[in-house]
Design a protein around this ligand. Structure first.
Ligand SMILES: Nc1ncnc2c1ncn2[C@@H]1O[C@H](COP(=O)(O)OP(=O)(O)OP(=O)(O)O)[C@@H](O)[C@H]1O
Ligand SMILES: [Mg+2]
Length: 262
């Protein structure tokens, strides 16, 4: 449990090497309770590897991860998930032949009761929680439709609903808006912005409009290392960040040179 003073997440000197490739190189960072942190950086910077180390699906070569003051470095991913650290589920966890409600029920039953007690009180709580999760992501009116009929963007929303169904305290999203239309992206930004502050959010995102809309801190990675960390304004103004991005991501140089945000 939180002691009220510990950061939601603390990563210290975290390193992951694959032979001579250092995918994550001595990364230290803290995420305050309730913060929205965006992790950005060019392709291959180490962002997804960092998330996997934090979620516990990968073992670090060195370093430590703590969650609300508890060292979880030695814990498996499911043990970290039980403590509230949830990375959005991949597409494979969405059952296309089931309704949205039934999909989310699979999540909420884990926290609110088992399927083996289908008519019990715990199951009613699970249904309520599932409906609440769908409501939070804006899919409440689609609860009865089959997941297979969703658009790409709606499916990503459903994945967030699945994550919300297990009551996350720290929610990690790896490129959630990839492949979304502009309208879907806009809706997703609203969704993330509308999440309660009890949930700390870490997001890897290439779309810098999204980053600067949702994040209150931005961490920039390059070649496995953190090269800058600060408020969106600080990061935008950073010469090092501009140098790293210039040429690599025209969108970012436009943004930093023009200074205009949508
Ligand atoms: N299993 C692996 N074996 C060897 N090298 C790996 C492995 N996983 C990642 N890498 C390397 O580690 C580095 C970081 O990869 P990672 O996927 O974390 O980057 P990323 O910032 O998420 O990139 P992208 O923006 O393209 O998703 C890359 O050089 C990648 O090739
Ligand atoms: Mg990645």
């Amino acid at each position: 449990m939180s002691d009220g003073t510990s950061p939601a997440l603390a990563v210290s000197a975290l390193t992951k090497s694959y032979g001579s490739v250092v995918a994550v190189d001595d990364v230290t960072l803290e995420v305050a309770d309730g913060q929205r942190l965006a992790v950005i950086g060019p392709n291959g910077a180490g962002k997804s590897t960092l998330f996997a180390l934090v979620a516990g699906t990968l073992r670090p070569t060195a370093g430590a991860v703590s969650l609300f003051g508890e060292d979880v470095t030695r814990l498996r991913d499911h043990q970290r998930a039980r403590r509230g650290l949830v990375k959005t589920f991949q597409h494979s966890s969405v059952f296309t032949a089931m309704t949205l409600l039934d999909n989310v029920l699979l999540s909420t039953q884990r926290t609110h009761g088992r399927a083996s007690r289908p008519f019990g009180r715990s199951n009613r709580l699970a249904v309520e929680a599932a409906r609440r999760s769908l409501e939070q992501v804006g899919l409440a009116d689609r609860a009865g439709v089959l997941a297979g009929s969703l658009s790409h963007g709606e499916r990503r929303q459903l994945e967030v609903a699945l994550a919300l169904g297990v009551n996350p305290r720290v929610l990690m999203l790896d490129e959630p808006t990839a492949g979304m239309s502009a309208a879907e992206t806009e809706r997703f930004v609203q969704l993330i912005s509308g999440l309660p502050r009890e949930i700390t959010v870490l997001i890897i995102e290439h779309d810098l409009d999204v980053v600067f809309s949702v994040a209150d801190r931005v961490t920039v990675m390059h070649l496995g290392a953190v090269i800058e960390s600060g408020t969106p304004d600080e990061v935008r103004a950073s010469e090092l960040v501009q140098q790293t991005y210039l040429g690599a991501t025209p969108e970012f140089s436009d943004l930093t040179q023009g200074g205009t945000l949508r």
